[in-house]
Each structure stands twice: as C-alpha cells, then as structure tokens.
Design a protein around this ligand. Structure first.
Ligand code: ADE
Length: 253
C-alpha cells in the first residue's frame, strides 16, 4: 500500500509514520508513504496557498491551483483520493476495511475553512468524516483515517489480534485485565483466573453485550447475535428495557 498525504503542515504528519506499529509496517515494506507539502506548488514570493472565500465569510479557503498541481504531479488522477471533512460519509470499521484493500491512496489534508470545491469535484473520490465535531486541522482527521485502515492491511497486525475487537460482529469489546490480580482494592474477575476456556468465553460474551447495551445500544439492532446471545441480552436488561426489547428478541427466537 502506498499512501500519499498532501498537507500544508508535514511536521504534523511525519511523526506518525516513524512511531509504533506504523513504523514497523513501513520498516517491513508493507506501507510506503510520501508526504507532499503542496505549498511548494504555490506561486509568488509569498507562496500563497489560501485566499478569502468568494461570497464573504470568515476564514480562508485553500486555493485550487497549488493543490491540484500537487495532485497531478503525485499521480492522483483516476486514483482513490480521500478528503477528510465534517461533511463526509462516516468512517466505520467496514469503510476502513475497504480502504485497506487498495494498493494506493491519496489523502488531502484541509485546513482553515476548507478547500476549493472544484478540487473536490475533480479529484476526490471519498469525503470522510471521523465524527460529528469540527477539528481545526485536517491532518488529525487524516491520521485517524490512516490509523483505522493501515492496521487492517495483511501482515501489519497478527490476525488473532483483530479477531476479538470492537465492531467485529457489531458489538463492543470485552474488558481486559493483566497483572497484578489485585489493584486499588479491585480484583481481576475470578473467572479469568480459572483457565476454563468455556466459562471465560461465556463471560466475555456477556460483558460485550453489557458494554454495548450501556454505551452503544444503537449497535444492537444491526449486530448478528446468536439465539444464546439474545437470551443473555434479555437477562441483562432491566425490566423497563426488557419490555421494550422483548418483542424484538422473541421475534427472532
Ligand atoms: N476536518 C475537520 N473536522 C473533521 C471531521 N470531524 N472529520 C473529518 N475531517 C475533519
């Protein structure tokens, strides 16, 4: 996978590629990256890359010429080009997996009030949002998107580490514990110390359901739950939730 990042602030992006799991993927040759400062494609003594918005309004807009010159020079025409923006489609694990399957990706980091729409119309294939909030820098959103997909590329992370993660089958992950067995008067749950795989799996399954119910009940309606899991869910719900959910759960039994 080759990733090309187009940015006005390369110093925000570079450290990510030289740290931790991404560094390992780069060192192994699984990921190649280029960081292009598209200000170097601007003209004039001031190398201006942004200007006032037509129609008025606050802030500055990234000009089309320097950015499109950089994109053409980098070979982005006809390729998958991502633009992180609050008005994009939401990033999900499934979306990230579709990006991980590509050989080459381009990512444009916007800044200020955004980029000229004509660049989006000409080059961008994927407008992606990482959540319903506004960041000051497209670079941070770009790094979130890159982090979400590069770890799914074959060879970056051991497949078994990806197996029990949140969102795999529409549920959140179970809680994890490590040594010591007692910390701040809190004990590791007994079942995890028994070595009994069947009981541990059952406990984890219940915790995933509990956690999803508590933090992201919206995920439950799309989760692929077995009949056993639906029964467990029913036993976790309090009586008011039970009444609301009972019809849906029972209809699947
Ligand atoms: N740029 C600024 N805010 C963003 C967001 N929420 N998602 C993607 N890109 C952004």
């Amino acid at each position: 996978m080759r990733i090309t990042i187009l940015t006005l602030f390369p110093e925000m992006v570079e450290p990510f590629f030289r740290s931790s799991i991404m560094k390992r993927a780069v060192d192994k040759g699984i990921v190649q990256y280029r960081i292009i400062d598209f200000r170097s494609y601007a003209e004039g003594v001031h190398m201006k890359a942004d200007d006032l918005p037509y129609g008025g309004g606050a802030g500055m807009v990234i000009m089309p010429e320097p950015l499109s010159r950089a994109l053409i020079d980098a070979g982005a025409e006809g390729k998958r080009v991502i633009f992180p923006t609050p008005s994009g489609k939401p990033l999900t694990e499934k979306y990230a997996a579709s990006l991980a399957a590509e050989d080459e990706l381009f990512i444009i980091c916007g800044h200020y009030e955004g980029i000229d729409q004509r660049v989006i119309d000409t080059f961008v294939t994927d407008e992606i949002t990482i959540g319903d909030y506004v960041l000051s820098a497209g670079e941070t959103a770009a790094l979130v998107i890159i982090d979400a997909f590069f770890r799914l590329i074959d060879g970056v992370i051991a497949p078994e580490s990806l197996e029990d993660e949140s969102f795999n089958d529409g549920l959140l992950e179970y809680p994890q514990y490590t040594r010591p067995p007692r910390y701040c008067m809190k004990d590791v749950p007994d079942v995890l110390l028994t070595g009994h795989h069947g009981h541990i799996t059952r406990w984890r399954c219940m915790k995933r359901l509990e956690k999803t119910m508590l933090n992201r009940p919206d995920l439950l309606s799309d989760a692929s739950l077995s009949i056993d899991e639906r029964r467990t869910l029913l036993s976790i719900l309090d009586s008011e939730d039970k009444r609301t959910c009972q019809r849906w759960i029972l209809s699947e039994l």
